[in-house]
Structure formats: structure tokens, C-alpha cells
Design a protein around this ligand. Structure first.
Ligand code: ADP
Ligand code: MG
Length: 321
């Protein structure tokens, strides 16, 4: 057991420095320099035990995910990450737990050259809030309000694995390690977001569910969309564990936590997009297109309308327990 300042010292020891941090952890606030001709891009996300991750999640994975979900928001803006702050509420001063948490956090921070520049350490129910800061050249951000009728709708990677991992954990039956890994260690698509600057129109990361997040683009852009559910890409573990089409579609459309990107772009950009994604070693798939009007319609493999009762995760409606 040790006090707040011993924990902060432990955290501080792990930090790798960047030249644009004038003053990091240790003063009342950090001093930072933003490059010329760039906007500062800032986003915050909280992970609460039992809501954003199962209570049995390994501390390394909680640390990794707390940063990953924040990096994913910057990816969806086309931003390059630079700095993070970490507000952590811990039930007790468990140094062993914190060390493992920091292993996961700094594994991802170091991989993206993100410097931890401050935070807050308090006692309470386990909760982690990260604020991420990054840069995007002026006028190059990928925004939710920029989709245009006729745009193709793309997603990166495969969709539904994280929701499938969560569904298996809830059912307390057979659990695929690969699906659970996608839930615990999402890959933020930072290089994809950067590569899509000037090519894609609108973008969002898929955290609450494909349809729920796509709806945010549609509302912001005042457009509608048509999706072909059989074109939504799936992984082999997802198909192996959820062979029933309807059940799998439900996980892919309304399950969240994949942290893939969903973006829209004019059809004439498709070659440029294939090239950009290829350089990032990430697969992209067109799943539908943006239309006039405000409706989101899904069609099955027979061209019939596919209706879903629940669109995605919304806070205050349910939790993962
Ligand atoms: P203050 O009382 O001025 O708010 P604190 O005692 O909370 O300062 O924190 C001391 C220093 O340690 C500050 O620079 C703060 O940003 C940093 N810090 C505190 N907790 C964390 C944390 N969990 N991660 C990173 N930095 C932290
Ligand atoms: Mg403080």
C-alpha cells in the first residue's frame, strides 16, 4: 500500500518525453506547444468497470483500452496524436495492479509516440478517464457533417468481433480468445485516419455500434443511407462462432466496441482509398451509400428490407452486466 504521490511517481517514471512538451507531470498544469498551421484536436473518454469492460478484464488490457478508445476518436478526425492526460479513480492503492495497468497503457502510448502530460489520482470505484490531444492541419479534419449523397460508405477491418466476444462472456459458455481479444485490445486506426485526409468526406469510429454511429454521420450531414448487410465484413472467428446469419448481422449492426472507422467518400476516390488503406495494411469494404433524405435503410442478401430492433449502445438504457 502507498499514497497518492507514490502512485504518481510510479506513473511519472514510465513517461517517454516529446520535444513539444515544455512542462509535463509535476506542476499544476502542463505547458505544450502546438505546431503552426495545425488545429489542436482534443477528446475525452471514460471507462467505468462493469460498463465499458467486464469486471474480470486484465489490468494490462484496461490500460491498453483506456488509451485505445481515445486514440480511436483522433483517428476518426484524421488527427495525429501527441499528448494524453490520465484521471484514474482506484478502489485502493494496489501498486501491482497499477504496474500492470501502466504496462498496457504505455505499450500503446509508446507505439504512437504519445506523452502522458498529467492527470489526477483519486480513490473511488475503478474508473479511468483519458483526455487525448493531437494535431490536424487546418481544414483537413474528417468531420461527421461532411457526407454527401452519392458517397460510398466504407468500413475498415471486420465488424462484430468485439460484440461477439462480449456476448460470449455474458452467456458464460464457450469463449473465443480471438473475439475476446478484439473486445479487450481494440486497434485504433490512426494511420488510416491520417491517410484519408483530403480523400474521405465524413468519418466516425465505431464504438456504440455500426448503425448507431453511422446515424451520427447522417444526422450531422442531413442525409440518409442504404446499407447491404451481407457486405459488412466479418472475421473467420465471428463466422465460426456465430454461423446463424441473423444473429451475426445483429452483432455486426448493433454491437459496438470494434473501434474500426466508418467513413464516406465519393465513388471516384475508391482507387485512392484502396491505395491509402493498402499502405496501412488495413482492409476497407464498401457496405452501402449515402442517399438524399434522412432515412437509414438496411437490405438483406435478397434485397428485402432488414429491420433491427436495437440500433446500438446508449448510456442510461442498459449496461454490459
Ligand atoms: P494538483 O493538486 O495541483 O491538482 P496533483 O497532486 O493532483 O496536483 O498532481 C500532481 C502532478 O501529477 C500534476 O502535474 C498532475 O498532472 C500529475 N498527475 C496526477 N495524477 C496523475 C495521473 N494519474 N497520471 C498522470 N499524471 C498525474
Ligand atoms: Mg489534481
Amino acid at each position: 500500500m502507498s499514497g497518492e504521490f507514490a502512485l504518481i511517481d510510479l506513473i511519472k517514471q514510465r513517461v517517454k518525453t516529446r520535444s513539444d512538451v515544455v512542462l509535463g507531470i509535476g506542476d499544476d498544469a502542463a505547458l505544450l506547444s502546438v505546431p503552426n498551421d495545425h488545429h489542436l484536436v482534443v477528446s475525452t473518454d471514460t471507462l467505468n468497470a462493469g460498463v465499458h469492460f467486464p469486471e474480470d478484464t486484465a489490468p494490462e488490457n484496461i490500460g491498453y483500452k483506456a488509451l485505445a478508445v481515445n486514440l480511436s476518436d483522433l483517428a476518426a478526425m484524421g488527427a495525429t496524436p501527441a499528448w494524453a492526460s490520465l484521471a484514474i479513480s482506484l478502489p485502493d492503492t494496489d501498486v501491482e495492479w497499477l504496474e500492470k495497468f501502466l504496462d498496457g497503457f504505455f505499450e500503446l502510448a509508446d507505439a504512437h509516440s504519445v506523452q502522458l502530460i498529467g492527470g489526477d489520482t483519486t480513490q473511488g470505484p475503478l474508473s479511468i478517464t483519458v483526455t487525448i490531444h493531437g494535431f490536424v492541419p487546418v481544414d483537413k479534419a474528417l468531420r461527421r457533417d461532411a457526407a454527401k449523397p452519392g458517397d460510398e460508405i466504407w468500413v475498415t477491418g471486420s465488424i462484430g468481433d468485439a460484440a461477439a466476444g462480449l456476448a460470449q462472456w455474458r452467456a458464460r459458455g464457450l469463449q473465443s480468445a480471438k473475439l475476446r481479444h478484439r473486445l479487450d485490445r481494440p486497434t485504433p486506426r490512426i494511420n488510416v485516419g491520417v491517410a484519408l485526409r483530403g480523400i474521405a468526406n465524413a468519418a466516425i469510429d465505431i464504438s456504440d455500434g455500426l448503425l448507431a454511429d453511422l446515424s451520427h454521420i447522417l444526422v450531422a450531414s442531413k442525409t440518409g443511407a442504404e446499407i447491404e448487410v451481407c457486405r459488412v465484413p466479418m472475421s473467420k472467428p465471428l463466422l465460426d462462432h456465430f454461423p446463424d446469419d441473423r444473429e451475426r448481422y445483429r452483432l455486426q449492426l448493433s454491437g459496438g466496441d470494434d473501434y474500426e472507422l466508418c467513413f464516406t467518400a465519393p465513388a471516384h476516390q475508391s482507387l485512392a482509398i484502396e491505395q491509402a488503406l493498402g499502405e496501412c495494411d488495413v482492409i476497407g469494404t464498401v457496405i452501402g451509400h449515402i442517399v438524399e433524405g434522412l432515412e437509414l435503410k438496411c437490405y438483406d442478401e435478397h434485397g428485402e428490407l432488414f429491420e433491427l430492433r436495437e440500433k446500438g449502445f446508449e448510456h442510461f438504457s442498459r449496461s454490459i452486466n
